[in-house]
Design a protein around this ligand. Structure first.
Ligand SMILES: C[S@@+](CC[C@H](N)C(=O)[O-])C[C@H]1O[C@@H](n2cnc3c(N)ncnc32)[C@H](O)[C@@H]1O
Length: 314
């Protein structure tokens, strides 16, 4: 099987063809039943039909997931409580996190509060599961000797703006998700060569992220036009993911000791900006402004690292 593969078909049917206990990670962004136009399929079922559809594809997802596997499911506010009940009460999956994706901009309501978030539920098949925190840490705000300078847990409110129409990675798809958001899930819950499945792959965001992070990935998508566009997207040159958590390039205050500062700043790039060459310029500028630090001039003097105990954990 090729490392990155996309099938044009129905999620329930195609998941049904996969072996039980074979998938490490599922990232699912199903239609939210809000009437979106997905070309050859219209996202509007009656209420009970939608719940039945959700239960059916999730039952297959549970079956194919390995015992230590993880599933992330996106959902809008209208159906999130029903989704939670299906995952926990009907399918007896194990709750881990309720993530709020805060996207900062969107339509304005004149009566009521304008929606500014989607939710993502993270469940695992059992209590024994893999989670690689060191791969998704965010920089600390301050240097303190007691702080873990390798970074902090990013928390469960994730701020990523939508991929705007002016972004060069914007695809012809109405609900394209930011790559930075998917990157965090893939890094947190899988290793290189793990098997990742996205049953509603849309514009191919999960496939693109997995391609760059060296996972094996299968996408399933009902609309052949989106499948064709995904294949084009996968063939494009990579210049960095299309979005990043803004906190990734923040530089801690109080890095007053020169040796510690030099070493921290060297490591910062590797720890937090690995898949984001397009974010480096902003980071270098901030280092210059905050600490008059110049990347080309500064050399790390010894191999012996102040942060070596943290390096071992990467
Ligand atoms: C919310 S979008 C996914 C967007 C995707 N995460 C991205 O970043 O582009 C949902 C996708 O599911 C597809 N879809 C709808 N019903 C489906 C089904 N039964 N099986 C597979 N795909 C389906 C739609 O065509 C749509 O592209």
């Amino acid at each position: 099987m090729p490392k990155i593969n996309i099938i044009c078909g129905d999620a329930i049917e195609e998941l049904g063809k996969l072996d039980s206990n074979s998938v490490d990670l599922i990232i699912a962004d199903p239609p939210y039943n809000l009437g979106k136009d997905y070309g050859n399929n219209h996202d509007l079922k009656n209420f009970d039909e939608y719940l039945e559809f959700t239960t059916l594809w999730l039952s297959q997802a549970k079956r194919v997931l390995k015992k230590d596997g993880t599933i992330y499911v996106f959902m809008g506010v209208r159906f999130i409580s029903y989704l939670y009940a299906i995952l926990e009460r009907e399918l007896k999956l194990s709750f881990n996190s309720w993530i709020c994706w805060h996207y900062t901009q969107g339509l304005g309501k004149t009566k009521g509060f304008s929606p500014r978030h989607d939710d993502i539920l993270m469940f695992t098949k059992s209590k024994k599961f893999n989670f690689y925190l060191d791969n998704i840490r965010i920089p600390q705000k301050y240097y303190r000797s007691r702080n873990n300078m390798r970074g902090a847990n990013p928390g469960d409110v994730w701020l990523f703006s939508h991929v705007h129409y002016c972004n060069e990675n914007r695809q012809k798809h109405p609900t394209q998700k930011p790559e930075g958001l998917i990157e965090r899930m893939v890094l947190a819950s899988s290793c290189e060569n793990d098997f990742v499945v996205d049953p509603f792959s849309g514009s191919g965001t999960t496939l693109r992220v997995c391609q760059q992070l060296k996972r094996i990935c299968l996408g399933i998508e009902l609309n052949p036009e989106y499948v064709e566009n995904t294949n084009k997207r996968l063939a494009q040159k990579f210049t960095g993911f299309d979005s990043i958590d803004e906190r990734m390039s923040r530089i801690p205050y109080d890095l007053n000791d020169e040796k510690t500062r030099n070493e921290y700043l060297r490591n910062h790039e590797k720890w937090f900006l690995n898949n984001h060459p397009n974010a480096l310029e902003k980071f270098y500028k901030e280092a210059k402004v905050k600490y008059d630090y110049d990347y080309n001039d500064t050399k790390v003097e010894t191999e012996m690292s102040l942060f070596s105990f943290m390096n071992e954990k990467i």
